[in-house]
Design a protein around this ligand. Structure first.
Ligand SMILES: CC(C)(COP(=O)(O)OP(=O)(O)OC[C@H]1O[C@@H](n2cnc3c(N)ncnc32)[C@H](O)[C@@H]1OP(=O)(O)O)[C@@H](O)C(=O)NCCC(=O)NCCS
Length: 146
């Protein structure tokens, strides 16, 4: 598995991972427009054929802060450590940019992701009522960067 930056040709693969893993639909043009502001914040893990199997899309909309907008590993490649690789690389890039804080949102029912984020020292800072398109609540989680 190799880690690299996002490319426009990744869009259909990233959209496929999102549809399966996150139960949300985004306009494909969103990925392209979000990749422009902070290219190093959009990480893709690709298989030996260079096909994306996981990605982490981070943005910086608040000064000194990064926000993880989307993060998913294709089902058949979970628990192989790819999520950990993406997250630790992303946090390094945040430190390179001297960000002081990282935030994210997660479904309250997503125990696997919440456990994963907790291991990376994220804590719940807010409850976001009916945050998701199907009405489910979300947690906002955040961590500081030393
Ligand atoms: C959350 C998510 C990104 C984690 O990615 P991942 O690649 O599975 O994460 P890792 O493999 O690095 O670690 C996950 C777990 O597998 C375990 N693991 C890692 N390598 C392993 C191995 N070789 N064998 C067995 N278990 C292993 C880790 O210890 C960890 O266990 P724990 O959470 O029970 O303590 C992934 O589950 C996912 O895509 N979920 C669906 C989308 C989603 O919910 N995204 C977050 C939305 S906010």
């Amino acid at each position: 598995m190799s880690l690299r930056g996002f490319r426009p040709s990744d869009v259909p693969f990233v959209a496929g991972i999102v549809a399966e893993a996150l139960q949300e639909h985004y306009d494909p043009s969103l990925y392209l427009s979000l990749s422009v502001d902070w290219p190093d914040g959009f990480l893709v893990a690709a298989d030996p054929h260079d096909v994306p199997v996981a990605f982490l899309l981070g943005v910086s909309q608040v000064d000194g802060e990064a926000r993880i907008l989307m993060f998913a590993v294709e089902r058949h490649h979970r628990t192989e450590g790819i999520g950990a690789l993406l997250m630790s690389t992303f946090l390094d890039r945040c430190r390179d940019r001297r960000f002081r804080r990282v935030t994210l949102e997660v479904r309250v029912s997503n125990a696997t992701a919440i456990r994963f984020y907790t291991r990376y020292r994220f804590g719940v800072v807010d409850l976001l009522r009916a945050y998701y398109s199907d009405g489910e609540n979300g947690y906002q989680m955040a961590r500081g960067l030393p």
